[in-house]
Design a protein around this ligand. Structure first.
Ligand SMILES: Nc1ncnc2c1ncn2[C@@H]1O[C@H](COP(=O)(O)OP(=O)(O)O)[C@@H](O)[C@H]1O
Ligand SMILES: [Mg+2]
Length: 318
């Protein structure tokens, strides 16, 4: 869990609307390197940053922008590991003013990305890494953050040579940023949920569990159990803000979990996770017992998941 949160970057840090400030890409990159620089150097990677002298200000959220660069750097580091024996490993970052705003060019000379992977790399949960190594969330969250800042990102990559990401951030005022239709709205979704939000997830499928931990762990405090018996123990002893339970598990079902949840913490919303689209007696029973909603597997959109949890919490407090 910790490993995944680390892998994802700084998302576990709390963030709020007021964190939107006038900031500079140069500062953001420097702050990111405070955290990651040594790790890159230890991997034999040199970082060459080149910023125009005058401060290139944008209106942005520093934590979110830092996670953009963290994700880029960690991906580069992982890609360098695919080229054993490579020397002269470098990452170059530059920022300059162009008519459209601030142009940031991020470049590595790692393994490069095939056109097939380029076509899919921004999809949530798409990864070419081994299970447990990659979450496939980095690039999708990164894209959401860039969009929330009114920016764009393009990729140019050649296998065997490396990758260039070009981002353009408009020089926006606060009013202009607020006017951006936040369709992806990762920043907002992550800023209203915070690490004090306690979520319990129980699912016998370790992949689903990992996915939920990863997605929700970016902004909430997640307790997860493969074993429903342990989940029941927790429900009896600890308070949660949201409980999510799989409907079908080997030695206990979602109906029982819902019953226990209603009995020990009746104020806590219960979401039932199901892979079944059709009407289902057990599912209906959960709803009759007081379950708040249904979450359909597979989850294709991390932002929907955030939104869902947020809405449930909103309903709870009103
Ligand atoms: N700089 C890079 N060099 C090579 N491949 C990359 C780079 N950045 C991203 N990728 C590819 O994009 C995929 C998705 O990246 P990401 O969303 O961060 O998920 P993850 O890192 O967990 O796999 C990676 O698995 C990798 O194949
Ligand atoms: Mg990544």
């Amino acid at each position: 869990m910790n490993k995944i949160v680390k892998h994802l970057g700084v998302f576990s840090r709390q963030s709020s609307e007021s964190d939107w400030v006038s900031t500079s890409i140069a500062w953001v990159v420097k702050d990111t390197l405070v955290l990651l620089g040594q790790q890159l150097i230890n991997n034999g990677i040199t970082i060459d940053s080149n910023f125009q002298k005058e401060p290139l200000k944008i209106h942005g959220n520093n934590n979110m922008l830092e996670s953009v660069f963290q994700n880029l750097m960690i991906n580069s580091k992982d890609s360098f590991a695919l080229v054993p024996g490579k020397t002269n490993k470098h990452i170059k970052i530059s920022a300059t003013k162009v008519p459209e705003g601030i142009k940031v060019v991020y470049e590595d000379n790692a393994a490069g990305i095939t056109p097939e992977v380029q076509a899919r790399m921004f999809e949530p949960f798409f990864t070419t890494k081994d299970p447990g190594k990659g979450t496939g969330l980095g690039m999708s969250v990164l894209l959401g953050i860039v969009k929330d800042h009114g920016g764009t990102i393009t990729c140019n990559s050649e296998v065997g040579f490396g990758t260039v990401f070009t981002m353009i951030f408009p020089e926006l005022s606060q009013e202009e940023v607020e006017a951006i239709p936040k369709k992806v709205n990762v920043c907002k979704a992550m800023s209203t949920l915070d690490s004090r939000t306690k979520v319990l997830v129980v699912d016998d499928d370790p992949d689903i569990l990992e996915l939920m931990e990863t997605a929700l762990g970016t902004c909430c405090s997640v307790t997860s159990h493969v074993d429903p018996i342990q989940a029941v123990e927790d429900i009896k002893e600890k308070a949660f803000d949201v409980i999510m339970t799989d409907l079908r598990m080997p030695n206990m079902d979602g109906v029982y979990i819902t019953t226990v949840a209603q009995r020990f913490q009746p104020q806590t919303p219960v979401l039932v996770i199901t892979g079944n689209d059709k009407a289902d007696q057990d599912l209906q029973q959960c709803l009759d017992l007081g379950a708040t909603g249904i979450l359909h597997k597979p989850f294709s959109n991390i932002v929907n998941l955030f939104d869902y949890v947020q809405n449930v919490l909103k309903g709870k407090s009103s």
